[in-house]
Structure formats: structure tokens, C-alpha cells
Design a protein around this ligand. Structure first.
Ligand code: SF4
Length: 360
């Protein structure tokens, strides 16, 4: 077995990394590091990583949950299509996200044809078995977009996607460039996304904003090591893209998945929940695949979104606030009765804080 894999839960290594972070922090002022991955937030909360960080080192969760960053408008469009009689195939998390009026779950209880699927493959199978058209709610970052692309390359029939795929590095650049009121010093880059993209997409934001960017795995030592790597760069006045997660991520990423994704999708300027339109923040279907795009084939009106004013998901996604800052957290909003998108998915910051919180 690879020595690095054997050592990932080594307590001595963790102790050493805590000491190294302490020493490095003494050479630095306030440091704010953001991550954009719900799995990183799980590790941080589950193992109490924030509790062992020096006071001047903060790690904040950003927009790292695909369900959470899907806009209310996109969710409302899925509702509209369900109301029009289309079969909506969706992942379990999206089923429960509140739209402006209802959730897909509520619509299903009222008789709409909403089916929960494990992935786009199940949705395509569903379309083959019935005459009614199936619309798959296609969410996710670079990790899931290749799967969507692979299915569309097989030319499914009777099938559309409500395309809500997004690209992660552009939002990181946006945040570094002032897209949050925080003054960010660096990023822990998402391990899953990076297995597909490799390191290349981080070079531009890293250079433009002179910010260390370190790809990290999901064990506690991975997160600790990535913080050490970022702090070392800051102490040395450097800004580099580094890969802590070498056992999972290659410099070039998954080239086959990239080719499949790029054959079907091209970059597009797209809004994220809590953010304005971000240049290249999403992806749209290329010309020859537009026949699968809901917007090209079904007349979907522009729906005016309504968001509960007390919900601070937008600020949480920008890293400006934490779930405990929300007055609904754990009171009228919990995983059984989510008010906002961040309380629905396992990757959502509010849901993760609720799971591990001492204060709920
Ligand atoms: Fe929104 Fe609920 Fe999170 Fe508050 S606790 S920000 S209402 S999801």
C-alpha cells in the first residue's frame, strides 16, 4: 500500500501539523482561507478542525454544494414543468429544496409526476419506458457534468435536461476578486472536482489574485496539510497551485472525462445562488446537443423568484456568515423542514453544521 495512504490517519502527523500551523501563524496576521466543498466542511466539523486552529487562522465554507448553488429560478422552472405534466427526474436532494412556492416533493404529493433517480442513467431508462417526456434536473459541478455528457452522446430519445451544471474555478476567481466582503488569502481546492479538472483551471485565479490554491483530500490530515501548505506560501510571500491530494488527483486531471464533457458542453456565463452572473461559471449545451435543452424546446416563462427574507443562504455561500448567524437555524429550519437550500443536501453548510453542532 502507498505510504501516504497508510499515514492518512496517523495521530502523530496530525499533532505535528497542529504545531506547524501554530508556528506559521505566529508569522502571519489575520488569514482567511476558503474551501468550496461540502465534503471538506464535513471533515472540518466532524473532527473539530476549527477548534485547533490559532485565533488568527480562519477556514470558511464557500459555495461548495451543487444543490445549494442552484438558483431559485432553476428550481422554480422544474416545478413549472412538473405542473405542465412533464415527468421530472431528479436526485433526492433536489426533490426537497424549497422553490418560491413549493418543493418538488410537495408537487409530487399533489399528483405531479416527479421521480427520484440515482443519476441521469436512470432518467434515460425511464424515458425509454414511457411516452411522456422526461426532464432530468441536471445539477452539479465538473464531477457530474461528464456523466450527463456521456448520456447525451448516446442520443437518448424522449428526453430533456434542465441544465444547471456549473464550473467551480471561475467562482473561486470571482470570490478572490471581491465577490465576497471577506478578504480571502487562499483556497483549499475541491478534491472531487480536481480529479476531473486537474490543476490547470486554478493557475489563472492563483496568478491573477496572488492567492495560494491547494487541492486537498478529505481525511483530517489532508485538510490540515493543505492549511500548512497555504500558510507556508503566505509566510514566503508565494502564490502557487499545489496538490496535497496526490493519491486522487493528477496534474492533468481525468482527460477522458474532460473530452466527453467538452464535446457536449461549452463554458457559459451563469448566475449562482447568492452570486450574480459569473463569467464561465456554468456550462451550456453545444449546438448539436441543444435538442436536449429544456429552454430550447419547451416554452418556460421567466418566473419571478421569491426567497424567504430571513434565510441567509446567500451570505453563507459567499462565506460572509455562518449558519449560527441565521435566526431560523435549528428553530424553524432543520433538515426535516428546510427553509433554504443549504439545509437540504448533505453537502450544505447549514445541514452539516446542524449535524455536528453543539449549539442546536
Ligand atoms: Fe437558510 Fe435555514 Fe440555513 Fe437559515 S438555517 S440560512 S433559513 S437554510
Amino acid at each position: 500500500m502507498d505510504a501516504k495512504i497508510m499515514n492518512i490517519n496517523n495521530k502523530e502527523l496530525i499533532k505535528k501539523s497542529i504545531q506547524t500551523i501554530q508556528k506559521l501563524s505566529e508569522k502571519l496576521d489575520e488569514v482567511k482561507i476558503m474551501h468550496v466543498c461540502g465534503s471538506h466542511e464535513h471533515t472540518i466539523c466532524k473532527y473539530g478542525i476549527r477548534d485547533v486552529l490559532p485565533d488568527n487562522i480562519t477556514v470558511v465554507p464557500g459555495p461548495g454544494c451543487p444543490v445549494c448553488v442552484t438558483t431559485q429560478k432553476e428550481i422554480d422552472k422544474a416545478m413549472y414543468l412538473a405542473e405542465q405534466g412533464y415527468t421530472i427526474a431528479t436526485l433526492g436532494d433536489m426533490y426537497r429544496v424549497p422553490g418560491s412556492k413549493k418543493s418538488l416533493m410537495q408537487l409530487q404529493s399533489e399528483g405531479a409526476d416527479v421521480k427520484i433517480v440515482y443519476g441521469i442513467g436512470d432518467a434515460v431508462k425511464l424515458a425509454k419506458k414511457q411516452d411522456e417526456k422526461v426532464v432530468f434536473v441536471a445539477i452539479g459541478f465538473e464531477t457530474t457534468a461528464p456523466t450527463t455528457a456521456a448520456e447525451l452522446l448516446n442520443k437518448p430519445e424522449n428526453f430533456y435536461i434542465l441544465n444547471s451544471h456549473r464550473q467551480t474555478p471561475p467562482v473561486m476567481g470571482f470570490l478572490l476578486g471581491g465577490g465576497t466582503s471577506l478578504n480571502l488569502d487562499g483556497f483549499i481546492c475541491p478534491g472531487h472536482v480536481s480529479t476531473i479538472t486537474g490543476l490547470k483551471p486554478y493557475y489563472d485565479p492563483c496568478k491573477t489574485y496572488h492567492a495560494p490554491m491547494v487541492v486537498a483530500g478529505f481525511e483530517p490530515i489532508d485538510v490540515m496539510a493543505s492549511i500548512v501548505m497555504i500558510l507556508k506560501q503566505l509566510v514566503n510571500g508565494e502564490a502557487k497551485v499545489e496538490n496535497e491530494y496526490t493519491r486522487g488527483v493528477r496534474e492533468e486531471g481525468n482527460v477522458i472525462a474532460q473530452k466527453i464533457m467538452n464535446k457536449v458542453f461549452e463554458p457559459a456565463d451563469v448566475a449562482w445562488r447568492g452570486f450574480p452572473v459569473i463569467k464561465d461559471g456554468g456550462m451550456k449545451l453545444r449546438e448539436e446537443f441543444k435538442k436536449y435543452d429544456v429552454h430550447e424546446n419547451i416554452d418556460v416563462p421567466d418566473i419571478k423568484e421569491t426567497i424567504n427574507k430571513a434565510c441567509i443562504c446567500s451570505e453563507i455561500l459567499r462565506g460572509e456568515k455562518l449558519p449560527h448567524d441565521c435566526k431560523l437555524f435549528g428553530k424553524t429550519c432543520d433538515p426535516m423542514n428546510p427553509v433554504g437550500s443549504c439545509m437540504v443536501s448533505d453537502e450544505g453548510t447549514c445541514r452539516i453544521f446542524y449535524k455536528y453542532s453543539k449549539f442546536r
